[in-house]
Design a protein around this ligand. Structure first.
Ligand SMILES: Cc1ncc(COP(=O)(O)O)c(C=O)c1O
Length: 387
């Protein structure tokens, strides 16, 4: 069987896959098994933040895999320690927990909010409020925290203690605060929900409510974090710092990782035996993440992301079929005038450009290392597909 046949025969049919076998890649250009090349405006849904097979990332991962591939978390490893120290210094968060995915990071965040509350107020204060149209993952708890009805099917019973408030509607949020709420969870830009940024004033008001009511503010930066919007965390542009923040996708540079960061208030919540992971903080994955951080935080890198985003957005605005641009920085949603976003994605793939969709929008999450030449090549294809 060839790759597509074997996958379709033996893998559960969870993804509506496009018939393209990715075989190799460098920076923002990838090659399929037939040698056809593609410009990458999707970075594997925001994971290949340094592009395909970035040299320094590959060197770091290969060096680590040759010396120590796994250690049980009862022992210490240098790459894990280095990653934790770097992230604490960059973000100002006090402590963190390493898992393997965004959903796991969000599970940890929910546990931190609930245990913080349980330690102080006892039982019956475990409700998590999240926002309508949010997306927080595919585990049962993170599905329960996801504010879209389409995800609340089939898998009953879902964990209880999850309610939803309308995004950017402070009165609706306040109406959910019935004394049982321990955490409010949000994405400052709803990614899967259609690249919709929250209002800055709303986010700041939520932060104030959380501080006043001793509610844990969880910001899910699985998609927005690690430089995607032009700052290391997107919440920096909203002028706040959450109590708990989650990272995944980009921070691994293409290897699986999920991180739950806790502030001074929540840093001591997780104690031995209350949480854990076999592979979380794996030294190879952490070595790759350290290579990501080194490059993302290098002098001028985040400024270059802002410049690239301004250029890309300026060029996209000139395309008549695109009637609106959403998101911040290199997290771009596009409203189309007449065309169907999924059809455009398929047509773009055929023409040699990898793009994404989010709800009814076309979505771009280009690698942050993309060059002007690669942007121009991708834009030329997009113009043609949208004409
Ligand atoms: C905001 C957000 N949170 C959580 C997740 C889940 O991450 P993972 O698929 O790594 O579990 C995603 C994935 O798209 C996401 O966009």
């Amino acid at each position: 069987m060839n790759t597509i046949q074997a996958t379709d025969q033996y893998m559960m049919n969870a993804f509506g896959r496009i018939p393209l076998v990715e075989a190799a890649g460098h920076n923002c250009t990838c090659t399929d098994e037939n040698g056809k090349t593609y410009i990458d405006f999707g970075s594997g849904i925001g994971c290949n933040v340094l592009g395909w097979c970035n040299d320094k990332w590959v060197d770091a991962v290969c060096a680590q895999v040759k010396s120590l591939q796994h250690a049980c978390n009862y022992y210490y490893t240098q790459p894990q320690a280095q990653l934790a120290e770097s992230l604490a210094k960059i973000t100002g968060f006090s402590k963190m927990f390493f898992g393997n995915s965004g959903a796991e990071a969000n599970e940890c965040a929910i546990k931190v909010a609930r245990k913080y509350s349980s330690d102080r107020y006892g039982k019956n204060r475990g409700t998590i409020v999240s926002l309508v149209n949010s997306f927080h993952g595919r585990t049962l708890a993170t599905l329960a925290a996801t504010g879209q009805d389409v995800f609340h099917q089939y898998f009953y019973p879902f964990p209880s203690g999850h309610v939803f408030a309308k995004a950017n509607d402070l009165d609706d949020l306040k109406s959910k605060l019935d004394g049982t709420v321990c955490g409010i969870m949000l994405e400052v830009i709803q990614g899967e929900g259609g690249v919709c940024a929250l209002d800055k004033e709303y986010v700041q008001a939520v932060k104030e409510i959380c501080d006043n009511e001793d509610i844990i503010l969880i910001i899910d930066e699985v998609q927005t974090g690690c430089g995607r919007t032009g700052t290391f965390l997107a919440q920096e542009q909203f002028g706040i710092r959450a109590n708990v923040t989650t990272l995944a996708k980009a921070i691994g540079g293409g290897l699986p990782i999920g991180i739950c960061l806790a502030d001074e208030k929540t840093a001591g919540v997780i104690t031995p035996g209350t949480h854990g992971s076999t592979f979380g903080g794996n030294p190879v994955v952490c070595a790759g993440a350290n290579a990501v951080i080194e490059q993302i935080t290098a002098e001028g890198f985040l400024d270059s992301v802002k410049e690239k985003a301004a250029y890309l957005r300026g060029e996209l605005e000139k395309i008549p079929e695109i009637t609106g641009l959403t998101g911040i920085g290199m997290m771009i949603g596009m409203t189309l005038k007449t065309k169907n976003a999924h059809d455009v994605m398929v047509a773009a793939n055929d023409a040699g450009l990898l793009v994404l969709t989010a709800k009814e929008k076309l979505r771009l999450l280009p690698p942050l290392t993309i060059t002007k030449e690669e942007m121009d090549a991708g834009l030329a294809i997009l113009r043609k597909v949208l004409s």
